[in-house]
Design a protein around this ligand. Structure first.
Ligand code: GLU
Length: 479
């Protein structure tokens, strides 16, 4: 491990809410920095200005904040190695590209996009390896001058040294060696003057003194190229590299929108708690032992190690995430759960933000704690507290012909002395016995009449919260 302070980074390209895979990468980087009392850097890779909007940029920051992954250096907090948006670092990339050209590590390539694609197609049909064929690698001065006089613009390509093996040790994947003939000369500066990802990320990782480069496995092929750029710039210290396994859907295919939600913001909207998502993301490719699944953030900070990250693809499994979420919901003190429910219920159109709304949610929260897998499930379960709910299809079917029974229930409840779950239960059981009904037969019609659904918090407590007058009104207004 490099000596000195551990410096890790997450380097998202801001294209809106971050992908859960990037969130996992951010988490591992953050955990390592926190574990070593190091520095977690947020660097925004927004060189492709055409795709970046302010909203997309802010969405990234919001997701990281929601997950609790605070950054020590980066946008909004600053730091000694800034600026932290690549769009503000163009001068540096230009200077490095020029230096690479001066030292012969990069050369001008005048090939047009069209020429490149024609030659690529020819190479493919001849079953030769695609990739740049080195056409401009050894141009004479005269050839260069001829291209320039044609008015051609040029890109800068990195001159990959011949006959070399570029080797590094990946903490997750073991030793990786690449022959240099497998690496075509790659573009470091486009013909419009902009840096490529390959250059910008390498330059920044050096300039920002990143000690651990932890990123997705899709970038493993970038590493030998970026090591060559480092070497060309005379940097000898090599960071620790770890390429994390791909996230896959339960069918083994890469996680994609086709399969379900991939954006962190979707999970937030669906009522997952950040602590559950963090716990879950930690387990996507890492395990402490065979058995333990529940880790608080503090435990993760102590226990996380890159050495225990697996190479195998990690399956993104919603039922497990829901199971963890249910666990974290149960852990919330009722007041905290009530507070989180206010937002979710307001989003669902309930007047939950009013004093009365908050009071009702405060009363009902302890009843929901054991029943929710996602906060999003709460609004339909508590809607009845905010006003009569017309019965849904199942409830309506059950209510058919129950009027006499419900009238009798209403009569009995009218005589209850103290309106409380216990006395309500006693009364309802008594009526059930008189009518010779099993508990379920007796209670479901009451639930249907009062809440409009067959899924609600426990009945007696629900009626207590709703109050006597409203309960009786609903029981007797059933057609
Ligand atoms: N910007 C890259 C991405 O979002 C990450 C680059 C890196 O980690 O080196 O995939």
């Amino acid at each position: 491990m490099p000596s000195g302070t551990v410096r890790t980074r997450i380097a998202p390209a801001p294209s809106g809410s971050i992908h859960v895979g990037n969130a996992r990468t951010a988490l591992y980087n953050w955990l390592l920095a926190r574990q070593h009392g190091g520095v977690f850097v947020l660097r925004v890779e927004d060189t492709d200005q055409s795709r970046v909007t302010q909203d997309a940029f802010e969405a990234v920051l919001e997701d990281l904040r929601w997950l609790g992954l605070d950054w020590d250096e980066g946008p909004e907090v600053g730091g000694e190695y800034g600026p932290y948006r690549q769009s503000e670092r163009s001068d540096r990339y230009r200077a490095v590209a020029a230096a690479l050209e001066d030292t012969g590590h990069a050369y001008r390539c005048y090939c047009t996009a069209e020429e490149l694609s024609q030659r690529r197609a020819r190479a493919q049909s001849a079953r030769r390896t695609p990739g740049y064929d080195g056409r401009c690698r050894n141009l004479t001065d005269a050839e260069r001058a001829a291209f320039e006089s044609e008015g051609r613009s040029f890109a800068l390509r990195f001159r990959v040294p011949e006959d070399r093996t570029i080797a590094f040790v990946d903490v997750v994947r073991g030793p990786i060696a690449t022959r240099s003939d497998q690496i075509p000369d790659f573009v470091v500066r486009r013909s419009d003057g902009s840096p490529t990802y390959m250059l910008a990320a390498a330059v920044d990782d050096m300039a920002m003194e990143i000690t651990h480069i932890i990123r997705g496995e899709d970038l493993v092929a970038a590493t030998p190229r970026q090591l060559l750029i480092r070497e060309a710039m005379g940097v000898t210290e090599t960071p620790v590299f770890a390429h994390l396994p791909l996230l896959v859907a339960p069918d083994g295919k890469p996680l994609s929108k086709r399969w379900g939600d991939v954006a962190v913001s979707a999970y937030r909207r669906m009522g997952f708690l950040p602590e559950a998502l963090v716990n879950y993301l930690a387990l996507l490719g890492w395990s402490f032992d065979e058995k333990t699944n529940i880790f608080s953030v503090d435990e993760l900070i102590t226990k996380f190690t890159l050495e225990r990250v697996t190479r195998n693809p990690a399956i993104f499994d919603i039922p497990k995430l829901e199971w963890l979420n249910a666990h974290y919901i149960r852990l919330l003190p009722p007041e905290a759960l009530a507070e989180r429910l206010v937002g979710v219920c307001a989003d669902a159109g309930l007047p939950a933000g009013s004093d009365e709304g908050k009071r009702l949610l405060g009363l009902v929260a302890p009843l929901l704690s054991e029943r929710l897998k996602r906060l999003e499930e709460a609004p339909p379960m508590v809607r009845f507290l905010f006003g009569p709910v017309p019965p849904d299809a199942k409830a309506a079917k059950l209510l058919d012909g129950k009027r006499p029974y419900l009238e009798e229930v209403a009569g009995a409840l009218g005589g209850v002395e103290e309106w409380a779950a216990g006395t309500i239960e006693e009364t309802l059981r008594r009526v059930a016995t008189e009518w010779d009904l099993k508990p379920k037969q007796a209670f479901q019609p009451i639930r249907a009449a009062v809440t409009g659904t067959l899924v609600s918090p426990p009945l007696f407590e629900s009626l207590e919260i709703l109050g006597r007058a409203e309960t009786l009104a609903r029981l007797t207004s059933t057609p």
